[in-house]
Design a protein around this ligand. Structure first.
Ligand SMILES: Cc1cc2nc3c(=O)[nH]c(=O)nc-3n(C[C@H](O)[C@H](O)[C@H](O)COP(=O)(O)OP(=O)(O)OC[C@H]3O[C@@H](n4cnc5c(N)ncnc54)[C@H](O)[C@@H]3O)c2cc1C
Length: 278
């Protein structure tokens, strides 16, 4: 979905064009942060672009289409780095699509349904990110406790310092709070569906990366200089967790959505109470 030339947190900005020509679609555009496209096992791309840029509904202009990774006209321009990590072989690629031709049957669901597909996929995708972040935070806390117990500074283990204990306790509270919110979101998705659970999904998508980042940051602090080195895995975990404050939707966009839903719910409650009183 994401393109270098436009703010892609707003998918209605997408510029990539998917045009029908006879029995084919022809695709022109440039994407970046195409995760996994660097892996030689990646044989198919799912590309989002506009089939009907003039449609009066901004959410019906986009479609998704399957494109073989070796189709003529596809060029991998480069692998983007995340704080210096290239995440090879998986990779996050910048990809040019120039007059790429695929059969018309490659369109997913039908023209104009790209937004609908994205909405359907992103909910489950987001909760999986959150689950992995809880795991990363848990590992960071484990490393923090181990290091704090073993490392002696100014005559006593770092774990004996009040500040370390405070952070260990806070980390445990934060991880478990996030875990229960993720469980609650998963339960809602299972019982009432992704659409109704969208507030819970948005809430954990903001909470989980921020919790993981704070816990990993404290773990790095306990490790001293080693914390930012390649030796303890914390720098890589931090870089990964940081990307999830904007990948699959920036915090701000999710907070806006949460506030909108909350305001809507509160207004409905106030209206229902006023009706009852009348
Ligand atoms: C490691 C990594 C992997 C990724 N993998 C993929 C992938 O596989 N496929 C894919 O399509 N994309 C992928 N992305 C891209 C990611 O989804 C986008 O970066 C994200 O959607 C934000 O789009 P953008 O970068 O264009 O930021 P922009 O849309 O330019 O936004 C920039 C900033 O503006 C602010 N902002 C935006 N909207 C609002 C608002 N409504 N209110 C307040 N502030 C706002 C936010 O602070 C936001 O971070 C990946 C990104 C990273 C870093």
């Amino acid at each position: 979905m994401t393109e270098p030339e436009v703010a892609s947190s707003d998918a209605t900005n997408i510029q990539c064009r998917i045009e029908r020509q006879g029995n084919d679609y022809v695709i022109n555009g440039r994407k970046w942060w195409s995760s996994g496209a660097g892996d030689p096992r990646c044989k198919v791309y799912i590309v989002m672009g506009k089939t009907d840029p003039d449609n009066s509904s901004r959410h019906k202009q986009q479609s998704m289409i399957l494109v073989p990774s070796d189709a003529p006209g596809i060029k991998i321009l480069r692998a983007l780095h995340v704080f210096g990590f290239d995440d090879a072989p998986h990779g996050h690629m910048e990809v040019e699509l120039k007059n790429v031709r695929v059969p018309a049957s490659s369109i997913l669901l039908g023209e104009g349904r790209g937004f609908e597909i994205a909405q359907g996929r992103l909910g489950p995708g987001r909760i999986h990110h959150c689950m992995r972040l809880i795991g990363q935070a848990e590992v960071a806390l484990e490393k923090m406790c181990r290091r704090a117990t073993e490392r002696v500074a100014f005559g006593r283990p770092v774990a004996d310092q009040g500040v370390t204990r405070e952070r260990i306790a806070e980390a445990r509270i934060m991880i478990d709070s996030a875990r229960f919110m993720v469980l609650h979101a998963a339960w809602k998705m299972d019982t009432v569906g992704n659409k109704i659970a969208k507030k819970e999904i948005a809430m954990i998508k903001v909470l989980a990366p921020n919790v993981a980042l704070q816990v990993i940051d404290w773990a790095m602090q306990v490790h001293g200089g080693g914390g930012v080195s390649q030796d303890f895995g914390l720098a890589h975990a931090y870089a990964h967790a940081r990307t999830l404050r904007f990948a699959d939707g920036p915090d701000e966009v999710h907070r806006n959505a949460i506030a909108k839903m909350e305001l809507g719910e509160q207004t409905s409650i106030a209206e229902a109470l006023a009706k009852k009183r009348a």
